[in-house]
Every structure is written in C-alpha cells, then in structure tokens.
Design a protein around this ligand. Structure first.
Ligand code: SF4
Ligand code: SF4
Length: 318
C-alpha cells in the first residue's frame, strides 16, 4: 500500500453519532444485537493461549489450516496480509505482523428496499454473526499456542478494515468507498484477527473493477446525501493499484446514515450486485434492482468539533 503513514485517527462512533444529531434509529432487534456485541462478545475477545504450540511445516500449511477453519466456522471469504503502519488507526498500536481478514455476505433480499428496517437489521446481524466467527477463530488460534487479537467488524478496532481487506485480496475499492469483491460484490462485512503466527500472505487483486467505476456512477446518482464523489482525490493517497482514491464526504453521508436506517443505498445499487450472485440462494423471490427511498438530507456535519470529525471531511467539496 502506498501512503503508509497517513492513517486516520481512531473513530469514536458514539461521539460522532451525538455530534451529527444522534443515532435516531431505534429498532429493537438492532439494539438487542448491539447490546449482545458489547456485553457478551467483547468480554470473549480474549482467551488463554495454549502453552503447547502446534508446529506447522511452513507458513503455507499454517495459512491453509487457518483459512479452512475460518470457512468451517462460517466466513464466506478469508485472506491474509502483513500489517503496515498505514493499516492502523492513528494513535493506536498493533504489534502483531499479520492480519487474517474475514468477510461474511449480507442477504440480498434484505436490501430490496433501502434504507429500511430490514437492511439495518441485516447489517447488524452480520456484524454479530461475523463477530462470532472471528471470536471462534481467535480462540482456535490460541488453542494452537499462538497469541492473537480480535478486530471486531462493528468498528472499535485498531486496524482499518478496508486496507487490510484490499491487501488480503478481497477485491477493489469502489467509488462508494466499500470494497467490491469480484464474486460477492459489495454486500459483505469485514473484520480481522491480528497475530504473530507466521502465515503465507495473499495479494491484492486487479479484476478491472476500479476501471469500471470510472465510467459507472450509479452509486453517485442514487446517493441521497450527494456524498459520493465525481472524481478521484489526489489528496487522499493511492489505492492498492496505484490509482488516486475516491473519498466519500462523510460530513454528508454520516448524518443521513445515522437518521435513515444506516442508509446503505450505495451498496445494493452497485452494478456489481446485478449478476448471477445477486440471487437469493435460499429460494426467496427477489428483484434485480432495489426500491430506493430518498429523503431530504439532514444538515451537513461541518460544525462538529474537529476532534470528533472523520479525517476525510470536506474532501471533494466544490
Ligand atoms: S450510505 Fe447513503 S448517504 Fe452514505 S454514501 Fe452510501 S448512499 Fe450516500
Ligand atoms: S455503482 Fe458503479 S461506480 Fe459505484 S461502486 Fe459500483 S461499480 Fe463503481
């Protein structure tokens, strides 16, 4: 990755929500899962490391074992990369040299109307379910005699999930700021595990997606907050293919996101869903394009205290 030193500060989600007028989404199911993540999953992040170490022949064998366990525990995608300074939030420290990135797909059928109660629940369901996979895999790694650290998908992590996912071969960065996997599209969530266990690493992919984004602007057109840029930003550093990155204007996106069921419109409208893999594999009737509900955007979050602002605020503003 280029621009290694330019990681943004750690992100205080609760502060941000209150600064942009509050998280006004109240869905019992979402609250229940959020509470479970904070009160039950957080306390299971750690577990004892076996004093007897399982020795693998080489990093390839170790990586193959970890990947097969990740899939067995419920991950849909898994990849491994080295952790570099630019992958760590500014102000945080990660000593472990390797990250195991894990992803789980969200169900297409819950994104047939966006934003919606259903899509908000599905986002939280996957944060919770992927969290379980990660906690289980971390416990397995420790049972093999190797220490490791859980980097939960919900957001209070030390590692930045996006650069880790890109380096671990999950796909390319789309105009909407999310990774597009060549097979899963953008409808998945990510988390990771940091470990000193010696593992063979994966590599970023070039599947022509970034190139396609230059012509396609579907997410930009449908973004109700006008947060998705027309052009790449030279100020924001390069993506893993050496292109200037697209930077979503979070001062526009987040207030909308916080008021309208985590918005997510940019994910199901992304062209990379509208292929064979967008079908619902459990037999539910779905249509290829979602119904989009576009409300008036709330005021911009420019008045937010600097310490609580997202680092990319205001980039790409005319
Ligand atoms: S989540 Fe909604 S407001 Fe934010 S960038 Fe995507 S479409 Fe725009
Ligand atoms: S909708 Fe089009 S421009 Fe936006 S991320 Fe998807 S492919 Fe790229």
């Amino acid at each position: 990755m280029s621009d290694k030193a330019a990681s943004p500060p750690a992100f205080a989600w609760d502060d941000w929500y209150s600064a942009v007028g509050g998280r006004t989404i109240h869905i019992d199911e979402v609250e229940r899962m959020l509470k479970e993540i904070r009160e039950d999953q957080y306390r299971r992040f750690d577990s004892p490391v076996n004093s007897h170490k399982t020795i693998f022949k080489n990093p390839q064998e170790a990586a193959a074992h970890i990947k097969s366990k990740a899939l067995e525990f419920g991950a849909d995608i898994v990849g491994i990369c080295e952790i570099e300074p630019g992958d760590v939030y500014k102000g945080k420290t990660v000593q472990e040299p390797f990250a195991i990135a894990l992803g789980q797909r969200m169900r297409w059928r819950e994104f047939q109307v966006v934003p919606s109660r259903e899509s908000a629940i599905e986002c939280m369901r996957i944060y919770h379910s992927l969290g379980e996979v990660i906690i289980r895999l971390a416990a397995h790694i420790r049972s093999l005699g190797y220490p490791c650290k859980v980097e939960h998908p919900i957001g209070d992590s030390d590692l930045l999930h996006i650069p880790i996912g890109l380096k671990a071969g999950f796909g390319e960065l789309g105009r909407h700021g999310s990774i597009i996997h060549p097979k899963l599209g953008p409808l998945f969530r990510m988390g990771s595990i940091a470990t000193p266990m010696q593992l063979q690493i994966d590599h970023p992919v070039d599947a022509g997606i970034g190139k396609f984004c230059e012509k396609c602007k579907a997410c930009r057109i449908y973004c109700p907050a006008k947060a998705i840029p027309d052009n790449r930003s030279a100020e924001a550093g390069k993506d893993h293919l050496g292109n200037d990155r697209y930077v979503v204007d979070t001062a526009r996106c987040f207030p909308y996101f916080a008021k309208h069921n985590y918005c997510s419109i940019c994910l199901p409208v992304c062209v990379y869903n509208h292929k064979e893999w967008a079908k619902d594999f459990e037999g539910f009737q779905t249509s290829l394009f979602p119904e989009i509900i576009m409300e008036e955007p709330p005021p911009l979050a420019d008045d937010v205290d600097d310490a609580k602002k997202h680092a990319y605020n205001k980039l790409n503003r005319p």
